[in-house]
Design a protein around this ligand. Sequence first.
Ligand code: HEM
Length: 412
Amino acid sequence: MTDDRRQRHLVDLDNRRTELAGELFETLAEMQTRCPVAWSEASGGFWALLKHADIVTASADWETFTVTDGIMIPPTGKSMPVIPAELDPPRHGAFRRLVLPHFTPKALGPWEADIRRIVADGFAPLAERGRADLVTEFARPVPVLVICRVLGIRSDWERIHDLGEEFMAAFADTDHPERGKAAAERLEAFLAEEIRVRRGRPAQDLLGQLVNAEIDGEPLSDTEALGLVQLLVVAGHGTTVDGIGTMVYRLITEPGVRDKLLTDPSLVPRMIDECLRLHPPVWNMARTVRRETTLRDAELCPGEKVMLAFGAANYDPEKFADPFAFDLDRLGLTQHLTFGSGRHRCLGEGLARLELRTVLEYLLEELPPLELDGPVVWGGHTNSHGLRSLPVRVTDAGRKPVRARTPGDADV
Ligand code: HEM
């Protein structure tokens, strides 16, 4: 039964509906205009914050909007919190201080050469065959190979890849929460072993450093170590794959953009941001109301779920003029909420950006232009969105890309 407090804000938004993927941003933008703070009856009921400014406000106010009751709508069946995403201050800040220094652009610098190699190896089949599915054949393995390299997990990246995929897929299946729980347990068992062999021993890698760290003079508990490693390992999988897929899609389909980037490579970061704005791989995260609050004309009560709809914020015309247009010159382009906002802003942003830049530069410098080789497939689940298939083929194989040329190269 819906009370009047909610009834006035009622919209039809069910993030479990797979058909939403094909029309996600149009749907969110229309709701944003009609009802900026909306109430949905789906998944037990939740408020959806659709305006950029409201999401920034809520993200900054942890005393009203807590993460400790979970960050997914509908809730997952998992038994232990992911860290630091499901911690409020002060414990949250302590974990950020522990991990963040290892993920700054400066700290990641030494990994750049390895990432280049992973990307080049990944593109080899496309370079050889002249055609490939850029999502399933290229993008999928890249983030897991990279995070394993950075953390120091060398033994079995393929197993982690499969466990991570299974874990994410099982969580998408909200009708069968027991599947999610079982997949989480399998991933946890694998990671617990990686942690066990490092605990209490001199650190040889980043994973060893993290699991042997102390906070306020105390070692991390087993649950904390596992919750932290689990999030670091899986947070970048699907997200970065989706980011790579949509960026390449735009590179191929936006008229003139490839030549523009070749002529002015300083536009590469803007290209990455505009693609992330238009196609946020994580289009929402959740909070729970802890104390009564009013947002615009909506009254929110303790215990109610709140969806931070980053995917709507990125198309908010008050923030981004002509929001559906692809525009590398737009003002305020980096202010999208694809990595969230405030204290829980993505910790792996620097790594994700480095991976995206490496892929884009490789495409511009090492490969001839690509074109679509069949229909693309959009997909997503409760909070993710991206391409599930992007068939591409090399065009004009003889053409040398401008940036790869050295003085003296003859025109062909
Ligand atoms: C394009 C790729 C990525 C996207 C779009 C993305 C997006 C996000 C978003 C939206 C949040 C949550 C913000 C919130 O709840 O307010 C988040 C948090 C987080 N992400 Fe990412 N992410 C990406 C890649 C990565 C990678 C590669 C890592 C690996 C280190 C990572 C690690 C994390 C962690 C640890 C958090 C929790 C931060 C906290 O609660 O303090 N992410 N990410």
